[in-house]
Design a protein around this ligand. Structure first.
Ligand SMILES: [Cu+2]
Length: 433
């Protein structure tokens, strides 16, 4: 880190020194009464022209090197979802259009600068207008752009509106992490409301139990504040606490009362509560996303605080999670984690990752280990200081393995909103048959 910083400073200072030197050179030339910058000799102009060509070759070489090094195996591998191939095709068609245009236009730009460098005896051709030329360079890009836009729209419609609706899974984004909720046997997520959000109910899910729990939580804090205030009062009715603290407590007191009133008025439906919020009862919250191969899923996204961007790179799926609204997309994973790990591209890439990983491990004196590929959910929007922590492991497996997970680990890690045990895995596997 420090070395990098010193290098940056050195390079910056070098350029500043260079600019200063050039200024001095210029001034010295003026003092000596030599020719000014505007009048360059023919050989100087030729040198500039040749440097243009050198730059073009180096620039093109660098681009080709970049493509060959990072283009073929960028860590995205083959698309692991049903719609992924469409996205990849769309992207590749764009590259097939962009790259030739890039090479042609830049070759013309630098080629012309080289060929027509300034010579005193040459006179530029006065050529103010040509309708044919204007038409060509307007119509050709227009057709190319229209093709890209229409093709993109068709792909978008296909993957957003013509996908099979599947099992509903909610992904809730917050600074900085994800909470995942499966909708359970009824495939319907229970209602949620921000007024219900608390440390024990981070998603704000509504059930008769969470409503009661919230009341208890609010009442407890209200009583706490009440007793703090009433025990710190003197005979004249004056508070013994600093004024600021009293204000703060009273404010919190009012806020809690207001929140309880709002829950009572708009969320708590008293008698029919049990049926209105029934769909929450079999929802479960888990620590990892487990998906069954070839089964369609509908992901729904909410955000607690700022705009996040849930991204499944290997499934080629990404959408913003926006506070106050729900976004969603459907996808069907087509390759299990195990199958992906035996893909030659993945293996080769992870061979390299392990070399770098273990080099670091050795440097800090930790035992070496072998890390394996895993699907991942990441946040693709710089959402704050802990943005890079927003990663969640995703596992794609067979139905059998999925049931096993629910039975072994899923249950231990899950919270039920009803407070009752739901035999989720059995009914789940029956439901999907
Ligand atoms: Cu984020």
């Amino acid at each position: 880190m420090e070395i990098k910083f010193i290098i940056i400073i050195t390079v910056a200072l070098f350029f500043i020194a260079l600019v200063q030197l050039m200024k001095i050179y210029d001034l010295a030339a003026k003092v000596r009464g030599e020719k000014s910058q505007e009048k360059l000799s023919r050989s100087e102009n030729l040198l500039m022209a040749n440097l243009m060509l050198v730059f073009m070759v180096a620039f093109f070489g660098f681009i080709i090197w970049l493509i060959s090094k990072y283009g073929s195996n960028s860590g995205l591998y083959q698309a692991a979802s049903a719609h992924g191939k469409d996205i990849d095709e769309l992207l590749m068609i764009n590259w097939y259009i962009i790259l030739p245009v890039f090479f042609i236009t830049n070759a013309l730009l630098f080629g012309f600068s080289w060929k027509y460098y300034y010579r005193e005896e040459r006179k530029a051709l006065y050529y103010p207008h040509n309708n044919k030329l204007e038409a060509v360079w307007t119509i050709v890009p227009a057709i190319a752009l229209a093709f890209i836009v229409i093709y993109g729209l068709m792909t978008w419609n296909k993957i957003m509106y013509n996908q099979e609706k599947g099992e509903v899974v909610e992904v809730y984004a917050y600074q900085f992490g994800w909470i995942v909720r499966y909708s359970g046997v009824d495939n319907t997520l229970g209602k949620a409301d921000y007024k219900m959000v608390s440390s024990s109910n981070p998603l704000g899910v509504i059930t008769s139990k969470t409503i009661q729990d919230t009341y208890v939580e609010i009442d407890q804090r209200v009583n706490d504040i009440d007793s703090i205030l009433s025990s710190n009062i003197n005979a004249d009715g004056e508070y013994l606490l600093p004024e600021k603290k009293v204000d703060k407590l009273q404010e919190e007191f009012d806020r809690l009362k207001r929140r309880k009133y709002r829950i009572e008025a708009s969320i708590d439906r008293k008698d029919n509560n049990s049926t209105a919020y029934e769909s929450s009862n079999d929802d479960i919250v888990v620590q990892e996303i487990h998906l069954v191969k070839d089964q369609p899923y509908t992901f729904k996204f909410r955000s607690k605080d700022v705009i996040h961007c849930p991204w499944f790179p290997h499934f080629r799926a990404q959408i913003n999670a926006v506070p106050g609204m729900e976004t969603s997309f459907a996808l069907t994973p087509t390759i299990t984690t195990k199958e992906m790990r035996s893909d030659p591209d993945v293996q080769q890439h992870w061979e390299n990752i392990n070399v770098i990983h273990n080099e670091r491990k050795r440097r800090i004196g930790e035992p070496e280990e072998r890390v394996l590929f895993d699907y991942v959910l990441m946040c693709n929007k710089i959402c704050g200081a802990g943005h890079s922590n927003m990663q969640l492991k995703v596992i794609v497996e067979t139905q059998q393995e999925f049931n096993q997970w629910i039975e072994n680990n899923g249950d231990k890690k899950r919270l039920t909103f009803s407070g009752q045990e739901v035999n989720w895995s059995k009914t789940k596997s029956q439901a999907s048959l």
